[in-house]
Design a protein around this ligand. Structure first.
Ligand SMILES: CC(C)(COP(=O)(O)OP(=O)(O)OC[C@H]1O[C@@H](n2cnc3c(N)ncnc32)[C@H](O)[C@@H]1OP(=O)(O)O)[C@@H](O)C(=O)NCCC(=O)NCCS
Length: 155
């Protein structure tokens, strides 16, 4: 089940976040972002109640800036990342977001493939954007012009 993130989820979300990222978001980072009504934060929950993934975006005027996407290692490659992002984009569009953007490490091919599958395309490189380890970021956008992949995959 994909549903909105709530305060009670933050312990589990941060436990995934801490294991996965060298510069993890804190509980208060998630809390502040989640509480802002312009923003959309979702979790993927298994029937037994375990959180296996989460994603979120800031709504800035008519743009969705995707800040977090993660799926627990043992739950990957089952379509959870795809379903969470499709839901995020669907809700965002309903709320008036016209385009979506994100940054991703240049070497993170799993994530880049996932974004491309949803219709995102690369708009350039942000040099040495990431630390620990230092790496370029690929800047990706999903606009009305390149969203056909996303629409196709909604079926
Ligand atoms: C990126 C991530 C969220 C993908 O989640 P997921 O639930 O495994 O993704 P899905 O099962 O929906 O896969 C979607 C697509 O991603 C690509 N993909 C996912 N895992 C892949 C892998 N191991 N190798 C190659 N491509 C892969 C494929 O294109 C896949 O589509 P397909 O199944 O039709 O081939 C997950 O790997 C993750 O949490 N990674 C660590 C955190 C991270 O890098 N977050 C992104 C930060 S920008």
């Amino acid at each position: 089940m994909i549903r909105f993130m709530c305060e009670d989820d933050l312990e589990e979300v941060c436990s995934i976040e801490n294991k996965m990222f060298s510069k993890p978001w804190s509980k208060s980072d998630f809390f502040t972002s989640m509480k802002n009504r312009q923003n959309i934060y979702l979790v993927a929950e298994e029937p037994q109640g375990e959180i296996v993934g989460y994603c979120g975006c800031w709504g800035v005027v008519d743009e969705g800036q995707i800040t977090n996407v993660a799926v627990k290692p043992e739950a990957r490659c089952k379509g959870i990342g795809t379903e969470m992002l499709k839901e995020l984009i669907r809700i965002g569009r309903d709320e008036g977001l016209l385009q979506f953007t994100l940054e991703v490490r240049e070497s993170n091919m799993q994530a880049i493939r996932l974004y491309e599958k949803l219709g995102f395309s690369s708009a350039g490189i942000r040099k040495n954007f990431y630390e620990a380890p230092l790496e370029n970021a690929v800047i990706m956008w999903l606009t009305d012009d390149n969203s056909s992949g996303c629409m196709r995959n909604r079926d």
